[in-house]
Design a protein around this ligand. Structure first.
Ligand code: PPS
Length: 332
């Protein structure tokens, strides 16, 4: 065997060596190419996060829901770490829309009503609704009915005792009128606000069981939450200031969520026609954007005497609420 090798002419040996060199160079080239390609994708992950576009029904940092942007293997569906739990007609949609500007927020766009209506479907189902999020991003959803649904504090607590809760509160009288405005837009034949407000108009007894009035008994609802969560875990957004100073309110919400203050006054402008703050550039769009027609609707004119009667009715409840929260919201 060794004798055969010794007999190979010099020229043949050189050719063989050449071929070997060629093959190994090609191999090195291939490996480098693969390495280079993988390197490209890796740098996309860190440099482009967050970006892209949200899937339907989700808001927040877009581009993580299978859009082919090359990041989904690092993002996963997680249970929320923060919830906007109320109040109905407080300005919850505006808050969620504004928060979605933050690159570290991933929020479900629709209201899942998990803890009040779909609890039997289980946490796996709930998690499957959430948008995918990267480590360090906060997953959230908003369902304003949670604040008033008796069973929700215990259920949320059993999912997470560390969860951060946000409540947007608004003067309960204007909130009730806003609620009624929504109801009448769907069922135009209902009686007037004035007649529904009273159990008996002559005796002047307020019907505190009527949903638009009952929801505004904030202290009563809050007490149920305080049985499960410390006050430090609940942040109250001032609904009126969310309109007059959205950046200020958003600054406090970002602090509460432990986020860098990225959403500032440069993100908002006041739209005179709408009469509300709007976004200069919502996420994923270059055009200014206001909330839809059902947000910021004109309210029907209500008898001022009835409004005063409601103010008197809410007065002690508001005081109790201010005491519980340690903050005066200034509703007259
Ligand atoms: N920027 C901006 N644009 C439009 N509307 C704004 C905004 N900020 C707060 N609001 C107030 O939000 C009210 C609706 O509240 P919600 O989004 O919580 O309503 S809902 O419970 O989800 O139906 C809505 O109530 P109405 O004015 O009665 O329509 C608004 O007063």
């Amino acid at each position: 065997m060794s004798a055969t090798l010794i007999r190979i002419p010099h020229a043949d040996a050189r050719g063989l060596l050449h071929r070997l060199l060629l093959v190994s160079s090609a191999g090195v080239l291939c490996v480098s190419l693969v390495y280079f390609l993988l390197g490209c994708c890796d740098s996309d992950v860190s440099e482009n996060a967050p970006g892209g576009s949200s899937g339907p029904g989700t808001t927040g940092t877009p581009g993580l829901d299978g859009d082919g942007a090359g990041r989904e293997w690092t993002a996963s569906r997680r249970l929320p770490q923060a919830l906007i739990i109320g109040v109905k007609k407080g300005g919850t949609r505006a808050l969620l829309e504004f928060l979605r500007l933050h690159p570290d927020v991933r929020a479900l766009g629709s209201e899942p009503h998990f803890f009040d209506r779909h609890y039997a479907r289980g946490l796996g189902w709930y998690r499957s609704l959430m948008p995918k999020a990267l480590d360090g991003q906060i997953v959230m959803e908003k369902t304003p009915r949670y604040f008033v649904a008796a069973e929700t504090p215990a259920r949320i607590h059993s999912m997470s005792r560390e969860i951060k809760l946000i409540v947007v509160v608004r003067d309960p009288v204007t909130r009730a009128i806003s609620d009624y405005t929504q109801i009448i837009s769907k069922t135009p034949d209902i009686p007037s606000f004035e007649s529904l407000t009273f159990k008996n108009r002559t005796s002047g007894q307020i019907d505190s069981q009527w949903s638009p009035i009952w929801i505004g008994l904030y202290a009563k609802h809050l007490e149920r939450w305080l049985a499960y969560f410390p006050l430090s875990q609940i942040h109250f957004v001032h609904g009126e200031r969310l309109i007059s100073d959205p950046a200020g309110e958003l600054g406090r919400v970002q602090d509460f969520l432990g986020l860098q203050r990225i959403i500032t006054d440069k993100h908002f402008y006041f739209n005179k026609t709408k009469g509300f703050p709007c976004l200069k550039k919502p996420e994923g769009s270059s055009k200014p954007h206001c909330l839809g027609k059902t947000k910021g609707r004109a309210h029907p004119k209500i008898d001022p005497e009835v409004i005063q009667r409601l103010r008197d009715f809410y007065y002690p409840h508001n005081l109790k609420f201010y005491q519980l929260v340690g903050q005066d919201f200034g509703w007259q």
